[in-house]
Design a protein around this ligand. Structure first.
Ligand code: ADP
Ligand code: MG
Length: 240
């Protein structure tokens, strides 16, 4: 589904991603953990080319998204992205936030987009918020609306960058529940998270990144209970 080979990314002199090699299978849930500044966001942002990689290749369902001959906008439709800071459009209602991309980019009629939008709001537990503006939602509701908006493009892969980090603690559970249900439905996902309990329960594989490298990866039991690398042990001893 995703194959990343020798991915490198520098900002000027600063080498942020040094040599990342990752494969993700269909329906796999991969959680990425690691200290602040280790390159987790940059890694996700390279996958949908919000950042331009400095080197290496990224294949999404067989297509190299770093190949200038490929249409990045077409390939991006396959990748839903959810950010820490929601990024909802403040001047649109929740339903309009969700329907605008499928109408403009996926050729859906207003009626089709509205129907899909309402189904997605139901799915994320916001059926009664269709006509509300984002300012009138709690943080957790905003994030669930943002997830519905990403799903509206019917992507085959979802990328999450610390989706619960900006939320008050009591809001975190509802957002994680939505992500858990997506995992159960077989969505392929890469999730950068500090929620170790969630990673342990939901991830098929956990990747520990530090200093622009993958230091260690494995199934959650092995990685959390029996980390092999000292850097992983040190990190986990601080966050668990
Ligand atoms: P993480 O998400 O793991 O906290 P990031 O990927 O956000 O880490 O950042 C990794 C490093 O890259 C940090 O040192 C950060 O300051 C730097 N960085 C990220 N984005 C940019 C940018 N657009 N320009 C310059 N430096 C950046
Ligand atoms: Mg980050």
């Amino acid at each position: 589904m995703i194959k990343i080979k020798n991915l490198k990314k520098s900002f000027g002199e600063l080498e942020v991603l040094k040599d990342m090699n990752v494969e993700v299978k269909p329906q796999e849930v991969v959680c990425v953990i690691g200290p602040s500044g280790s390159g987790k966001s940059t890694f996700l942002r390279c996958i949908n080319r919000l950042e331009e990689p400095t080197g290496g290749s990224i294949y999404i369902e067989g297509n190299d998204i770093t190949d200038p001959g490929n249409n990045i906008n077409e390939m991006r439709k396959n990748l839903g992205m959810v950010f820490q800071q929601f990024n909802l459009f403040p001047h649109m209602t929740v339903l309009q936030n969700i329907t605008t991309a499928p109408k403009r980019l996926n050729g859906k009629s207003q009626a089709e987009a509205d129907k899909l939008g309402k189904q997605l709001l139901e799915k994320v537990g916001l059926a009664d918020k269709a006509d509300v503006y984002p300012d009138n939602l709690s943080g957790g509701q905003k994030q669930r609306a943002a997830i519905a908006r990403a799903l509206a493009m019917e992507p085959s892969i979802m990328l999450f960058d610390e989706p619960t980090s900006a939320l008050d603690p009591e809001m975190v559970g509802d957002v994680l529940e939505v992500m858990k249900s997506l995992a159960k439905e077989g969505m392929t996902m890469i999730i950068v998270t500090h929620e170790m309990g969630f990673a342990r329960e939901v991830a098929d594989r956990v990747i520990f990144m530090d200093g622009g490298y993958i230091v260690e990866e494995g199934n959650p039991q092995d990685l959390f209970d029996n980390p092999q690398e000292k850097r992983t042990q040190d990190f986990l001893s601080k966050v668990l």
